[in-house]
Design a protein around this ligand. Structure first.
Ligand code: GTB
Length: 217
């Protein structure tokens, strides 16, 4: 059954692979599943046809036969559960990999995402500098703990998993917009290992091709 996901027609990140369709593309590439992409303008994302798939008018979505899913974490989990390659078979190791998926989205991503929003939306506010440094304190606290946990291992818990996939995509946003990640050399190397995976490269090139085509057209 053909899988169709949605993505920005013209990503505001300029093709850097920071939008959340990237994690879905990467997961599909890791498990070797082909997919189609329906590209959406900001206007189309808020129209009834898309709101029927994604109640918040956002990308990405995932369609496969009768199944429609939204939320990138849920989509990656669905892919990882049904196809080999992103979750271990051992039940305890599998549960821990799923815990890392939640850690990426619930514990590490929020201050990183908030920092991006504050830099875009609150730059002219009187509280800007204070708020930014408070968020950077939170980010460094998370990264210090993550760095300690990772130590000199390649991945968070044994073999590469959907937990690593999500964590790398979360850390990539920080890499793109600050030097904070460089303060944690083992995390920088961890992100680089993720980016070096052939599946990551295929996903990255696919989203970049969309941006280049939109810019040329
Ligand atoms: N929790 C949802 C999920 O994980 O699927 C969040 C989805 C989401 O935030 N989607 C964003 C979106 O559709 C695109 S990825 N935004 C449009 C809207 O809300 O109207 C977030 C994103 C946007 C831009 C950049 N960038 O320019 O660097 C990076 C990431």
């Amino acid at each position: 059954m053909t899988i169709t996901i949605t993505a920005f027609e013209r990503s505001p990140d300029g093709g850097k692979g920071l939008a959340r369709d990237m994690r879905v593309r990467w997961a599909l590439e890791e498990v070797g599943e082909p997919y189609d992409v329906r590209l959406l303008s900001f206007q189309a994302m808020k129209e009834p046809a898309h709101l029927a798939l994604q109640p918040f008018g956002q990308i990405p979505t995932y369609e496969e036969g009768d199944l429609v899913l939204f939320e990138s974490g849920a989509i990656v989990f669905h892919i990882a559960e049904r196809r080999a390659g992103l979750l271990p078979d051992d039940p305890n190791a599998r549960a821990r990999a799923i815990a890392w998926m939640f850690a990426a989205l619930n514990t590490v991503e929020p201050p990183i995402f908030d920092r991006t929003l504050v830099r875009i939306l609150e730059r002219d506010e009187p509280w800007y500098e204070k708020r930014l440094s408070a968020l950077e304190v939170s980010i460094r606290r998370r990264l210090a703990d993550l760095s300690r946990h990772l130590g000199d291992a390649d991945w968070l818990d044994g073999a590469f998993s959907a937990g690593d996939l999500l964590m790398v995509t979360v850390l990539l946003r920080l890499k793109a917009s600050s030097g904070i990640l460089d303060e944690y050399p083992n995390l920088s190397a961890y992100v680089a290992r993720g980016e070096a995976r052939p599946a990551y490269k295929r996903a990255f090139d696919a989203q970049l091709a969309v941006f280049k085509a939109a810019s040329a057209g």
